[in-house]
Design a binder for this molecule. Sequence first.
Ligand SMILES: *Cc1c(COP(=O)(O)O)cnc(C)c1O
Ligand code: SF4
Length: 363
Amino acid sequence: MTPHLQKPSDHGSDWHEILSRCVSTGNELAKHLPVQTQTIDQIIARYPMRIPSYYLSLIRSPDDPLGRQAIPSIAELRDTIFPEDPLAEDEQTPVPCLVHRYPDRVLFWVSNQCAMYCRFCMRKRRIGMADTVSEAVMDRAFSYIRDHTKVREVVLSGGDPLLLENDALKRILTTLRKISHVEVIRIHTRTPCTLPQRIERPLTEMLKTFHPVYINIHFNHPDEITPQAARACALLADAGIALGSQSVLLKGVNDDPRTMGRLMRALLRIRVKPYYLHHADPVRSTGHFRTSIQKGLDIMRSLRGHLSGMCVPQYMIDLPEGGGKIPLLPEYVKAMSCGGIIVENYQGRTYRYPAEVHSDSGT
Ligand SMILES: *Cc1c(COP(=O)(O)O)cnc(C)c1O
Ligand code: SF4
């Protein structure tokens, strides 16, 4: 399918209205889909629900790939093995709302709100809980970034930074751009997928005055790549923003080679370069979404070589205790010896590849 582009709307109130009508109770949800109201309400007393009408319209049944991402499951309350914060983000937080794990970049949580509260969210412990990040907290974060001259990149995350109003976002970007060692600004958002109406010209016109700005978008299934999502990404890309994607490997959503391949190709068509495929973190109340690492490796093997290299993300696991992310690769090297290595190509054929070439030797 080639996404056709709808005429962009240039007035600012659409997305507020859509958000104000999002589904957040069992009763409301039961009007659209066959769910047990009581069960839903029991779960959302602990973990809130929010589904924008746009995303709801893409769901055909509660357990289809989009339904599973949005609709609460009783499995959330049964899962009590995993910790709430396995990555120890809360310990690597020198000031509230800032995670400093790597030397040259920080993660700055500028919002606890998202257009949709994804059931598999790794930050489930805080998403949708508290309202806004106060000015005082922001100021402390700015001071920290100002004082740490090794920080070259600030990743705005949350929650979803694009749930802030344009002027609030502009204030943050203006302050960051006044810090000379901050070279790159990156925004992590799911709105092009869950609330594409959020991406409007006033936003993109504002963002492009702060370049270099990168945006990483979160899509998990090819059915999420609608004409509206394509339009949102086109607006961002036309503003000169390089777009990447971060997907999560999720059981019953995208854990098969065919679906993942379709997703990656669809992303490339809407000018989004697949960046990471995350293995789902061991976070409490999300265990029912986890697959085996072997499955992830098999999917990666099914992509490499068969699809354009531009479509192939890196498969990442995030280590416990704040160890950071590392990439996992299928085993392409089958044997090593001083003469060379034996490798397997994407078709499963083996080749010998010479290790070192000496001009005076035949081997
Ligand atoms: C994932 C993450 C980043 C960004 O990592 P990249 O590999 O550069 O995408 C930065 N800080 C924290 C704490 C993270 O979890
Ligand atoms: S949009 Fe991202 S941060 Fe927000 S609930 Fe979904 S996965 Fe979590």
